[in-house]
Ligand binder design. Structure first.
Ligand code: URP
Ligand code: ZN
Ligand code: ZN
Length: 469
């Protein structure tokens, strides 16, 4: 199948130019600049399909490096499985996700990886990779980490938060870091210090504070800043690269900046919710304070003044990636578990479909440039997580994962028209300008003119390379 994408404005992390793209055999077979002043002509020949992309941008397919599909958590299971979650991703212009397999305490990573492969196979509509969440690292598990890396799962997430559930002590974290260093794997860290947070939660509940806003008030910024500093210190001692997931606040960012100024391989992602939403959302409405549960995620949404710091971090490359931490729970029967006790509200928000809309809004508002948009939504995660240049860019030989983007398309968000299996959207009623008209994965059309043309099960597992930045 030979497809010509004609006359679009191709955007990569470094360049913007008008070009024709030939897609053949699932790869980008040719990319020819056609704008004024270019010496080449347009691509000619026989094509099975020609797509007129004039007046539109062409981006590499989005890569969301942080999702939780079909994840048991908080007494329930995230409401998107690999089918609904990846279809939602595709609608929003994301063609690859990296989800988290979770090792059970006392269990093996092998079991965890098999379980997550079984969840994804036959269901995923986009390509996908896995990180491995380490919850227990006796010597046998440290040994099996080599097999996990060999199978293309080259990053390990650990938690300083959620005591008794996912949290690991510093000694275990350090042992796993040393082992990851030997294997050229990357450490991802949830960097909030969970033990003191749990004391604050206990005290708030004892004082009768049960509303969702107390989720934020019991997880202060300093708990994240200290966790971030400690994660970076442990990684420095272990001589291993570290990637702080879902960074939400100024002081945690400052810890990352200090590390990067010292040339440490320290990276961080933030998420759209920390850039566009705030602690105020956790207050709910005057009629219904529990509506704030829609916005309960961890780390919590922060006061608005953090936004400027995070935007500056993205512009200055102190923050490398915008991922979603997509972890949806319905209000009905799920978030409701925490009515009368904020600590029982399942932590997480939907976002995999709307990430590109929000980040495009940032381009429109002049907060980031268009090449940086491509970098933080696709190229940087591809590089950091061992998928570049197969994914994350538009270049000859790369997978034909791409998005034709109409910068003028107006649309209004409603959970009824989004594709995630969740009964609300944190962006309900918000209007956006800019959306995909075509989303392609390895040369196959996933979404065209608002219609899903892909197939559950066509998504392929991406074996990622080890650390090499
Ligand atoms: O609230 C969140 N972030 N839920 C998902 C689990 C995690 O910590 O990433
Ligand atoms: Zn986390
Ligand atoms: Zn997460």
């Amino acid at each position: 199948m030979r497809t010509l994408i004609q006359g679009g404005t191709v955007v990569t992390a470094s360049d913007t130019f008008v070009a024709d793209i030939l897609v053949d055999g699932g790869k980008i077979a040719a990319l020819v600049a056609t704008g004024p002043g270019t010496p080449h002509g347009m691509l000619v020949g026989n094509f099975d399909e020609t797509i007129d992309a004039r007046g539109h941008y062409v981006f590499p397919g989005g890569i969301d490096a942080h999702t939780h599909l079909d994840m048991p958590f908080g007494g329930t299971t995230s409401s998107d499985d690999f089918e609904s979650g990846t279809i939602a991703a595709a609608y929003g212009g994301t063609t690859t996700i990296i989800d988290f397999a979770i090792q059970q305490k006392g269990g093996s990573m092998r079991e965890a990886l098999d379980t997550w492969h079984a969840k994804a196979e036959g269901k995923a509509a986009t390509d996908y990779g896995f990180h491995m969440i380490a919850t227990d690292v006796p010597p046998a598990v440290l040994t099996e980490m080599a097999d996990i890396v060999r199978e293309g799962v080259t990053s390990f997430k650990m938690f300083m938060a959620y005591p008794g559930v996912l949290m690991l002590d510093d000694q275990s974290i350090f042992r796993a870091m040393l082992r990851a260093g030997e294997l050229d794997a990357l450490i991802c860290m949830h960097a909030e210090i969970g033990l003191p947070i749990d004391v604050l939660v206990e005290r708030a509940l004892a004082a009768g504070h049960t509303a969702p806003i107390y989720h934020a008030l019991t997880r202060p910024e300093v708990a994240e800043a200290t966790g971030t500093e400690r994660a970076i210190a442990l990684a420095e001692m272990a001589k291993v690269p570290v990637y702080i997931v879902h960074l939400s606040a100024q002081r945690a960012l400052e810890r990352v900046m200090e590390a990067r100024d010292r040339n440490l391989p320290a990276y961080a992602e933030t998420c759209p919710q920390y850039l566009f939403m705030s602690e105020d959302d956790l207050l709910g409405t005057p009629e219904d304070e529990f509506a704030g549960a829609k916005f309960v995620c961890t780390p919590p949404l922060r006061p608005k003044h953090h936004h400027d710091h995070l935007w500056r971090g993205l512009r200055n490359h102190d923050l490398s990636v915008v991922a979603t931490d997509h972890c949806p729970f319905c209000m009905k029967d799920q978030k409701e578990l925490g009515r009368g006790n904020f600590s029982k509200i399942p932590n997480g928000m939907p976002g995999v479909e709307t990430r590109m809309y929000l980040m495009w809004e940032a381009v429109r508002q002049g907060k980031i440039g268009i090449n940086r948009f491509v970098d933080i939504t696709s190229t940087a995660p591809a590089k950091i997580f061992g998928m570049y240049p197969r994914k994350g860019t538009l270049a000859v030989g790369a997978d034909a994962d791409l998005v034709v983007w109409d910068p003028n398309k107006r649309h209004t968000i409603s959970h009824r028209t989004l594709h995630s299996r969740v009964d609300y959207s944190p962006l309900e009623g918000r209007e956006f300008i800019g959306a995909p008209t075509l989303v392609m994965q390895r040369g196959h059309t996933l979404v065209k003119a608002g219609e899903f043309l892909g197939k559950a099960g066509n998504g392929e597992f991406v074996r990622r390379a080890t650390w090499s930045l």
